[in-house]
Design a protein around this ligand. Structure first.
Ligand code: GAR
Length: 202
């Protein structure tokens, strides 16, 4: 049994690549039904297409407001048979209208140890703050910004010689490991959510 997933991505698509790699290595019991981007030029769309995965650009400017865009997005994902939505560098906030259609079925990768440094450019935020440890978080998406229940985290030490860019690179390596792992747990039916706490069966 494989879990039908859809990936939403706005840019480079390296986390999408990590999912595809894990899937092709037989480590991930999922079926990639569709990759959708809000950016026509997103590299993520090219990567999906190269791997024979339906890749679609959904233009936000073709819709009068955020809710109507999100409803079209949800409808497309449902139509493709998606049961888990993975945000892999998707740079839009999803409205409650979207989330209601996928309750506890949307996950996101964030490049910081939440609840520290939510929002944009989290790696730079962490570096500028001067933390000694940062990392990445996979969490369920709720109506807040990067506030949903945490599924998994990985820590990365900040070195004296780091710049925001070198720190981001090392965090990204961890993202590529953590996101497929969290998806695998969900696909294997091992994840249970109780309020804010997420339990993963061994
Ligand atoms: C990743 O670092 C991801 O954690 C971050 O965007 C990058 C996307 O890279 N996401 C966020 O900041 C969400 N707030 P990718 O397109 O190469 O996967």
């Amino acid at each position: 049994m494989s879990l039908p997933i859809g990936v939403l991505a706005s840019g480079r698509g390296s986390n999408l690549e990590a999912i595809i790699r894990a899937r092709e290595a037989g480590e991930l019991p999922v079926e990639l039904k569709v990759v959708i981007s809000d950016k026509r030029e997103a590299r993520a769309l090219r990567i999906a297409a190269e791997h024979g995965i339906p890749a679609e650009f959904l233009d936000p400017r073709a819709f009068p407001d955020r809710v109507s865009y999100d409803l079209a997005l949800a409808a497309r994902l449902k139509e493709a048979g998606v049961e888990l939505v993975v945000l892999a560098g998707f740079m839009r906030i999803l409205s409650p209208a979207f989330l209601e259609q996928f309750p506890l079925r949307v996950i996101n990768i964030h490049p910081a140890l939440l609840p520290a440094f939510p929002g944009l450019e989290a790696q730079r935020q962490a570096w500028e703050y001067g933390v000694k440890i940062s990392g990445c978080t996979v969490h369920f998406v709720d109506v807040g910004v990067d506030t949903g229940p945490i599924i998994a985290q990985a820590a990365v030490t900040v070195e004296d010689g780091d710049t925001p860019e070198t720190l981001a690179e090392r965090i990204l390596e961890q993202e590529h490991r953590l996101l497929p792992e969290a998806i695998r747990w969900i696909a294997q039916g091992r994840v249970r959510v109780q309020g804010r706490r997420v339990y993963v069966e061994k």
